[in-house]
Design a protein around this ligand. Structure first.
Ligand code: AMP
Length: 249
């Protein structure tokens, strides 16, 4: 079995986001970037499947600028076998990512594609769903448990009000939820070993995909600054403030 894990380079979840008013975009200057946390969970799950003897090769792929290779290397240091870097100026919108992934999957077939349920920078939660539509294959979103049964995947999904278990035929697209696993840290020997692993370069032009975005960002703004709280002496005081100061009742 071959597993493909798309990994995105995003602003680290600990970083306080700033907006660059000149470029009307999130300021990425001197900002710590990391692998998207849900993608780290996806890589971990693929490695666990391989350690369980049910996978022969794990390939990670990232679309983005040159630095996306660092993200690929992180995944290789965790235990993935090989990387593919699709060089683009920025990370493209979900439909374009899905189209590129579909082309890669067309070239070398994969039995399982595990994506994050969403990127923590754009919060789109779209790529996995679009990819399964393009591939016309089964999908299990928000997976919190994945089991392999012969030629199918038994997936527990986190849904509103509980858990749902579904059985999917191969090939399948899965997206990870937070509770699927706890990703491992890469050990120093594995970080060294990852330097020898192959990362193939792909130019989107060679895939005959028109990388023209369909979505234009019109404005990016920071949320309004929060005003500090205060203490009230009595319930009457509280009601008065809610009515006359914040105007919520
Ligand atoms: P999104 O639909 O943008 O919320 O992203 C969902 C998932 O798609 C991510 O968790 C990644 O697994 C994958 N993905 C999105 N953008 C990229 C990218 N530029 N490179 C590789 N994978 C990506």
């Amino acid at each position: 079995m071959k597993i493909l894990v798309p990994v995105k380079r995003v602003v680290d979840y600990n970083v306080k986001i700033r907006v660059d008013k000149e470029t009307n975009a999130v300021d990425l200057n001197n900002v710590k970037m990391s692998i998207n946390p849900f993608d780290e969970i996806a890589v971990e799950e693929a490695i666990r499947i391989k350690e369980g003897g049910k996978c022969d090769e794990i390939v990670v792929v990232s679309l983005g600028p040159e630095q996306s290779k660092e993200t690929i290397r992180n995944a290789l240091a965790m235990g993935a076998d090989r990387g593919i870097h699709v060089k683009t100026e920025h990370s493209p919108e979900p439909l374009l990512v899905a189209k590129v992934l579909a082309k890669i999957i067309e070239k070398e077939s994969f039995d399982l594609i595990i994506l994050g349920k969403q990127s923590i920078d754009d919060d789109c939660n779209q790529t996995g769903q679009m990819l399964s539509a393009l591939l016309d294959c089964s999908i299990g979103t928000y997976a919190s448990k994945i089991e392999i049964e012969n030629d199918s995947f038994v997936v527990t999904r986190e849904i509103d009000g509980g858990l749902q278990t579904i059985k999917l035929a191969k090939p399948a697209v899965l997206t990870t939820d937070l509770r699927l696993n706890e990703p491992r840290y890469a050990s120093l020997p594995n970080i060294m070993k990852a330097k020898q692993k192959t990362i193939d370069e792909v130019d989107p032009a060679d895939l005959q995909i028109e990388m023209q975005p369909k979505v234009v960002t019109k404005k990016v703004e920071e949320p309004p600054a929060r005003i500090g709280g205060g203490k009230v002496e009595s319930i009457e005081d509280l009601v008065d403030k809610l009515k006359n100061v914040s105007g919520v009742i």
